[in-house]
Ligand binder design. Structure first.
Ligand code: TEU
Length: 580
């Protein structure tokens, strides 16, 4: 079968959030030895690869997405030797390892930024970042009106060094750009030194044996020259508010698209990734690049995925789509359409460390609030409804051809922690919006492994950097193992069957039996076909009425109990896989 040797085309990739996965050392923060000790859970679950959020040296102002040394492990997470051992253990278990690369910005504690501050305006050290004079008569206002994704201005003025009042440093008054927290200065990708450095970082981790890179804010590296003002959205799915008119599509002039933000999705980023792809290709084995790019519409996103660029991009259009059959059908169809053109598989993703867990998100009466427009508002989510839909959504996603990402804890049906005390919150979004945005901590709570152990087995001492809700004992891995109908056993079965049937590699067509139902109604029905194996009908009922499984199909697996005398009725908010 074409592409079967290319593992990433159909891989299920499990996101590990290192600080919340497993804590071997007992300080309440997860670490690399903890991860290595729990990898057998993932092998038993049946995933193909893991992606780890950053574990590099970092002051942790944005949970490690503020890197101060790309070639070292943060002491909170362990050592380089621990990283080597973790990678080796994963490979022993036949799991690929993808690491996170954060090229848009460094930490303000990175030696480059410290040098830039010390060297002053006009220096080569400053030209590694984006320093500008302020606006206003005395330069007392930011250079432009850009907003940080975490709230507030995207510019911070260089502060006087407290120990040297009146020093040249205090006088210079320049501002630096940060699309995220002020502790995350944006790098200047026009500077060849920056390009060379990050390629050398790729090489460093390739040489340590990793199988790929998830590229953080992949759409942000290049900014429109002149840094023009922008008053559109930045923290939502970025890209274009409205699809650009036909004649401007594919324009090679950055910033000419109507409504196109000057800090994102500029033409110049593609050249960077083409160069990186060559770095990967010159390395033995088959490593991949995955774009984290909040870019819409899907046509624009697909431009990152090419045989000489990225291998994959997260399909956030799917993630942000509400629980509506017509809307999901459109996104699914478009995902195939645009990716087919570039000969790459699409991806599927429902949860990650930046968004409300889908077991809660899908139980919300209203969506469209909070971070990424899909946060928790009022009223609180309906937990039972959320979990039922989450299982259905996951069965749908994992039955579709393409690669799929799952986020740690979703295999346990974990909900968002919606009642965290404010003083426990660490996401900079919370402080930068004066609490108006609760931030992303609610999906980052440490994993429950053992129902009866302190911190549910996350840490041997019972420490946990975020408090876990008491009722989480019911979600613990040991509480669900071997329990028929548990979400964990459900995921294990799903992933085993997906592998047996090679569902990730098929092609898809809408099930004709459903006729109007499939095209207009509340049912999504896709037949996943591939030469040499049986067809699989993937059907999800998003409506308020039960539907009958079409004749000729037998239930293989369902996300919840089937109903009807013959067990052929698919209840509301339920998905099913069926074979002939
Ligand atoms: O997120 C990138 C991103 O585009 C954010 O704007 C996202 O929409 C944000 O989390 C919303 O609140 C990546 C990482 O996944 C995230 O954890 C980092 O904080 C961010 O980059 C900065 O590195």
């Amino acid at each position: 079968r074409p592409g079967q040797d290319q593992w990433w085309r159909h891989a299920v990739i499990y996101q590990i959030y290192p600080r919340s996965f497993a804590d071997a050392r007992g300080d309440g923060v997860g670490d690399l030895r903890g991860i290595a000790s729990r990898l057998d859970h993932l092998a038993a679950l049946g995933v193909d690869a893991v992606w780890l959020s950053p574990f590099y040296r970092s002051p942790q102002r944005d949970a490690g997405y503020d890197v101060s040394d790309y070639r070292d492990v943060d002491p909170r997470f362990g050592t380089l030797e621990d990283a080597d051992a973790m990678i080796a253990r994963a490979h022993e278990l036949d799991l690929k390892v993808i690491v996170d690369l954060v090229p848009n910005h460094t930490s303000d504690q990175h030696v480059w930024f410290q040098q830039a501050l010390a060297a002053g305006p006009g220096s080569p050290e400053r030209s590694r970042y984006i320093f500008r004079e302020g606006s206003g008569e005395l330069g007392e206002d930011p250079p432009n009106n850009w907003q940080s994704s975490f709230g507030g201005s995207a510019w911070t003025r260089v502060k006087a060094r407290p120990d040297a009042p009146g020093s040249a440093w205090a006088e210079d008054g320049q501002w630096y750009l940060h699309l995220f927290d002020s502790s995350q200065p944006d790098l200047n990708w026009e500077n060849p030194e920056v390009r060379a450095e990050l390629e050398s970082v790729l090489q460093f981790w390739l040489d340590r044996g990793v199988d790929g890179f998830r590229i953080d804010v992949a759409h942000g590296l290049v900014k429109e020259p002149g840094l023009p003002d922008w008053s559109g959205s930045v923290s939502m799915v970025t890209g274009v508010d409205e699809p650009p008119p036909e004649e401007t599509q594919g324009s090679t002039l950055p910033g000419t698209l109507p409504g196109h933000p000057p800090m994102y999705d500029q033409e110049g980023v593609h050249e960077i990734y083409r160069s990186w792809r060559r770095v990967l290709e010159n390395h033995p084995g088959e490593q991949i690049l995955v774009a984290e790019a909040w870019v819409e519409p899907l046509e624009r996103l697909a431009r990152y995925v090419r045989s000489d660029e990225m291998n994959q991009a997260f399909n956030f259009s799917f993630l942000v789509t509400p629980w509506s059959a017509p809307r999901l059908r459109t996104v699914i169809a478009e995902s195939y359409e645009v990716n087919d053109e570039v000969g790459a598989p699409t991806t599927w993703v429902l949860s990650n460390h930046d968004v409300v867990r889908h077991a809660s998100r899908l139980g919300l009466a209203e969506t469209g609030k909070g971070p990424n427009g899909i946060g928790i508002g009022d009223p609180q989510p309906d937990a039972e409804l959320g979990l039922r839909r989450a299982r259905a959504a996951s069965l749908l996603m994992l039955g579709l051809p393409g690669s799929a990402y799952i986020y740690q804890g979703e295999e346990l049906g974990l909900p968002e922690h919606t009642a965290l005390p404010d003083d426990a919150r660490e996401d900079p979004t919370f402080a930068r919006t004066d609490g108006a945005e609760k931030g992303r901590d609610g999906c980052r709570v440490p994993i429950p492994w053992e129902a009866d152990a302190p911190a549910f087995g996350f840490s041997p001492t019972g420490e946990s950097w975020l408090p876990q809700p008491e009722e989480w004992s019911a979600y613990a891995v040991d509480a669900q193992t071997g329990v028929q109908g548990s979400t964990l056993e459900f995921y294990r079965t799903v992933l085993r069957l997906r592998r047996e049937l090679v569902l990730g590699l098929g092609s898809s067509q809408w099930e004709p039996t459903f006729g109007d139902l499939a095209s207009d109604g509340d049912v999504i029905a896709v037949v996943n076909t591939a030469e040499g194996r049986e067809d699989v009908l993937v059907l999800a009922n998003l409506g308020s009425e039960p539907v009958q499984l079409p004749d000729g199909w037998q239930v293989k697996l369902s996300s919840g109990p089937m109903s009807g005398d013959d067990g052929r009725t698919v209840p509301t908010d339920t998905a099913v896989w069926a074979t002939r």
